[in-house]
Ligand binder design. Structure first.
Ligand code: GMT
Length: 385
């Protein structure tokens, strides 16, 4: 099978899911073609089954906005034609499913076509997609896909509530390759904290939806009761809030470590005691799953799909969005009780194993095969009429 993956190249969850999925498929012998504006962050192009096609936007002074979607659909059309792809997999409705639909129209004009799978990751449904400027295009692109998948039950429910969708939505959750933790060396704990200190960690793209202010306030509350350090990994627009918080709380300056984007994420997660995810919205919460795979329990909000991953009182604790006090108290309770912490670390890992790549990859492969079979069948029926 030759699969075309259309995705954002960034560190964000959708790009990571698309990249890890593509690389695992390539390891199984499938030919995988990534189409994106830049090389996806975690993509290993040394695998002979992996191809990368960069979308080049030709700038032209006449354009007020450079037409990325046109360049993208042209590239999809070219790659399907040149490499005879069997299926396209768009990660996000806009621009990917939308551009893939245009590419399919170009192919159809030459009596060719290819089936399209669209995976909904979240913000295309819960945030940007609902804006009147995009809503109709998002709804249209989803309905034009041959197969639609969503990364959680919660996102499926939101999609059906906010859009008029005529097709079945299959839930295929985010996944994690637990095997990478088997021989992943931890960093030196003393790089981050002394023996008597606990380590709290937050990893995100620091967008407003992540509620970084809550992370900081939770840490301030916890730090008053439990000797601790906070590690923040990632970069984004809310960075300024962190600096502002530090100016207002100078006693915490040496206790909050800002690491930016790191390559050693899993190693750092492994020596952390608790992961904070107080998000406003989270269709799944891949970051929480990565933490659990590193045996780190999660204190989170109950937004979107998080309760499908983080189980109350088992793998961590959840509270209403914005309830900093409850999340702080849960954190203090967890970090002050070694027995509870050890139990939750164990449970977190057991939960991560349920979302293991080994369980989810076959579901994706079966979904591709079914999509192609149905597509071919519909073509035959169409030819017979
Ligand atoms: O919010 C992020 O961290 C990035 C965002 C993205 O667009 O890549 O992640 C979304 O997709 C992930 C993979 O399916 C999910 O695990 C995240 O929960 C989801 N983010 C939101 O819904 C805010």
């Amino acid at each position: 099978m030759k699969i075309g993956i259309l995705c954002y190249p960034t560190y964000g969850g959708s790009g990571i899911v698309a990249t890890e999925l593509g690389m695992s498929l390539a390891d199984k012998g499938y030919e995988v073609h990534f189409i994106s504006s830049a090389l996806p962050a975690r993509l290993d192009v040394t695998n002979p089954n992996i191809f990368f096609h960069k979308v080049n936007v030709q700038t032209y002074p006449l354009f007020q906005y450079q037409p990325y979607d046109i360049a993208l659909s042209s590239m999809i059309y070219r790659v399907v034609n040149l490499y005879k792809l069997d299926i396209l997999h768009a990660h996000y409705a806009i621009p990917y499913a939308y551009a893939a639909f245009t590419a399919k129209q170009m192919l159809k004009a030459e009596h060719k076509d290819v089936p399209l799978v669209t995976t909904l990751h979240g913000t295309d449904i819960t945030l940007v997609g609902q804006h009147p400027s995009y809503k109709h295009a998002v709804e249209f692109s989803i309905n034009q896909s041959d197969t639609i998948t969503s990364v959680s039950e919660s996102l499926k429910k939101d999609t059906l509530q906010f859009f008029n969708i005529h097709k079945e939505i299959q839930v295929i959750t985010n996944f994690i390759d637990n095997s990478v933790f088997d021989d992943c060396k931890t960093c030196q704990r003393e790089q981050f904290a002394s023996d008597d200190e606990k380590i709290l960690i937050h990893v995100s793209n620091l967008r407003p939806v992540k509620r970084i202010q809550d992370v900081l306030e939770i840490f301030r509350n916890v730090n008053r009761k439990v000797q601790s350090k906070l590690v923040i990994i990632g970069e984004g627009p809310e960075m300024e809030k962190i600096n502002q918080f530090l100016e207002e709380n100078p006693e915490l300056i040496g206790k909050i470590k800002l690491l930016g984007k790191v390559n050693d994420l899993y190693r750092i997660l492994q020596l952390s005691d608790v992961f904070l995810l107080p998000s406003e919205q989270e269709s799944f919460g891949l970051a929480a799953l990565e933490a659990m795979a590193a045996k780190t329990p999660v204190i989170s909000s109950n937004a979107g799909g998080i309760p499908e991953v983080n189980i109350q009182g088992e793998t961590g604790f959840l509270a209403e969005i914005g309830n900093v006090e409850a999340m702080s108290n849960y954190c203090i309770k967890l970090l002050s009780n070694e027995e509870l912490l050890a139990e939750m670390k164990k449970n977190a890992k057991a939960q991560a194993l349920k979302f293991d790549l080994k369980n989810i990859l076959p579901i994706y492969i079966e979904m591709y095969e079914t999509t192609i079979a149905k597509f071919e069948e519909a073509k035959l029926i169409g030819a017979g009429n």
